[in-house]
Write a protein that binds this ligand. Structure first.
Ligand code: J2J
Length: 537
């Protein structure tokens, strides 16, 4: 079994007795639909439609093919797939056999995937030939050096050892079972604020609860047609209520490669999409596109737009119902657990001005000052939380866990919020060293460490600066080692970072050369001052 920090026994008992934890694996979601509506359409992907039965059959076949090759319960897998039906087939296949995957984002590159592989030591890697990393066998070969136990690399649409072959393989049936419900089902990705990307173990029990509760809050039913236009593996799109919530309700997931409005609007019209989930920067693009009446008309079936992942300006929120013709729901969540929703019957001003309240009555929220003392309602403070679907520790990261999980098991989210008397949260900022670039999270330290490897860089600090569309973008403040250096021109620095294999969205949008970095009293880089002094056009 995979090691993780469990909930204390008393809490676990409470969550079970209250019916939060049912003792069922996530694969129950699929099994239910195979009985209730096997011919219902689970997934629409390009020209392909997959019924629940087909989804289940393909997942089972893949699981058997993998089991015949020695992949077994307790193993882990590193998966990187774009928004295609195979994402869910693979996910369920692995869960069925007790193999815990981590779903890397498609935008991730060599550095991120290698970091995940080093931590998880996967038996199996699944990628797509449409990604440069898996277009040739080179990266797979390099991974094998890092991961001695890596036995199989499967590439979707690849030349050999294709995933498709395995999903179609006939052979002797092999017995397998999901991990026990109170054990790790899979790993979520942390947005991160440290040098190394962290992994979040999620159990069947805790994740399934968040999925059911989310589906209930969003009133999903078999008629729901959900547009998944952000990365399918992201917690928002998987569980808030995301595709798993939609499958739980017997609805249909419509896959889109990106939130780009023209493609999405066509899918909404073609498939009668009723619900979509977006980050704020994508909403801006949708609003622009919908200004044209013919385009707006394409959205006629859309009833609910969920917006989350980054701060959503009230002025934009107010435009959604009017200009897109659907209800708005704000979602403030995190892969570590806690998810807040505005409710569908909330007074409209709450929907415009808050990021909702916790989904569960068992979510515990503390808003505290820098000393950890609770602040009064309405006063800005740090958000800490624990509950039936909030993790108790990152995978294999005791030192970091000691910093972010307190003695009572509360997770310090790093978000600055205000809580109203009725429990609604408004996100006002953050204390974690992270840049939220249109919903994509960048751990400043990770990029700083890469910059510091450059021979011409003495000091580096990555900060956020405002961006009209993304909300924030990143600016690297650099102290050169030896005065003006042609090697430090932005295109060269970006090239340098790219060559190190980091995801494109982490490349600094701006660079600023400084003689020295401002320091705080304790000698750390004073990022507050740095941000205040940095103006970008
Ligand atoms: C401001 N900041 C927000 C919001 C997340 C649902 C929705 C989003 C995520 C997600 C998720 C925000 N307003 N509405 O997992 O299930 C910032 C906060 C938070 C961090 C978490 C879900 N919604 N944020 O975004 O793990 O800073 O999850 O702590 O990617 O995003 O990022 P992530």
């Amino acid at each position: 079994m995979i090691a993780f920090t469990p909930w204390p026994a008393a809490d676990a008992r409470r969550y079970r007795e209250a019916g939060c934890w049912l003792g069922l694996p996530l694969t129950d979601i699929l099994e239910r639909q195979c009985i209730e509506r096997p011919d219902g359409i689970a997934i629409l992907c390009g020209e392909r439609a997959l019924t629940y039965r087909e989804l289940d059959t393909r997942a089972t076949r893949l699981a058997q093919a993998l089991a015949r090759r020695g992949v077994a319960a307790g193993d882990t897998a590193l998966v990187q797939l774009p928004n295609v039906a195979e994402f869910y087939i693979v996910f369920f296949a692995l869960l069925k056999m007790g193999v815990a995957p981590v779903n890397a984002l498609f935008s991730h590159q060599r550095l991120e995937l290698t970091a995940y592989a080093q931590q998880l030591q996967p038996k199996l890697v699944i990628g797509a030939a449409s990604h440069a990393l898996f277009a040739t066998g080179e990266f797979a070969q390099a991974l094998r050096a890092e991961v001695p136990g890596l036995a199989h690399v499967l590439v979707l649409d690849g030349a050999e050892d294709g995933l498709a072959t395995l999903m179609d393989e006939e052979g002797a049936a092999v017995a397998f079972a999901p991990a026990p419900a109170d054990q790790v089902a899979f790993f979520q990705l942390s947005g991160g604020s440290t040098g190394t990307p962290k992994l979040i173990p999620r159990t069947h029990d805790d994740y399934y609860y968040s999925v059911r509760r989310s589906a209930e809050i969003c009133r999903l039913d078999p008629a729901t047609r959900f547009l998944c236009a952000l990365p399918a593996g992201h917690n928002f799109l998987l569980s808030s209520p995301g595709a798993l919530g939609v499958f739980y309700a017997g609805g249909t997931v419509v896959l889109a490669p990106s939130p780009e409005p023209l493609g999405c609007f066509a899918l909404v019209e073609r498939h009668g999409v009723t619900m979509a989930a977006l980050v704020p920067s994508a909403v801006v693009l949708w609003l622009q596109a919908a200004a044209e009446p013919a385009r707006r008309a394409q959205l006629a079936s859309l009833r609910l737009l969920q917006v989350g992942g980054a701060s959503f300006a009230e002025a934009l929120a107010r435009r959604v119902p009017q200009e897109l013709g659907c209800a708005l729901q704000q979602v403030f969540g995190m892969a570590e657990g806690l998810v807040n929703y505005t409710r569908l019957d909330d007074p409209i001003d709450k929907v415009y001005t808050t990021q909702g309240r916790p989904m569960s009555e068992f979510d515990e929220v503390r808003v505290v000052d820098l000393d950890g003392t609770p602040v009064a309602d309405g006063v800005e403070g740090l958000l800490k939380t624990r509950g039936p679907y909030t993790f108790r520790g990152y995978y294999n990261a005791p030192e970091h866990n000691a910093r972010v999980i307190d003695a009572d098991g509360f997770y310090a989210t790093g978000d600055l919020v205000r809580r109203s008397a009725d429990g609604y949260l408004t996100v006002v900022g953050r204390v974690k060293d992270q840049i939220n670039r249109g919903g994509e999270k960048i751990a400043a330290e990770e990029v700083e460490n890469l910059l510091l490897r450059h021979p011409g860089v003495l000091h580096a600090a990555l900060i956020s600066v405002p961006h009209p569309l993304l909300g924030e973008m990143s600016c690297a403040c650099i102290v050169p080692r030896g005065g003006e250096d042609g090697e430090l021109r932005p295109p060269l620095l970006r090239k340098y970072l790219r060559e190190q294999g980091v995801a494109e969205f982490k490349l600094p949008d701006r660079f600023r050369m400084l003689d020295k970095l401002p320091l705080t009293a304790v000698g750390k880089t004073d990022k507050v001052r740095l941000r205040a002094e940095t103006t970008v056009q």
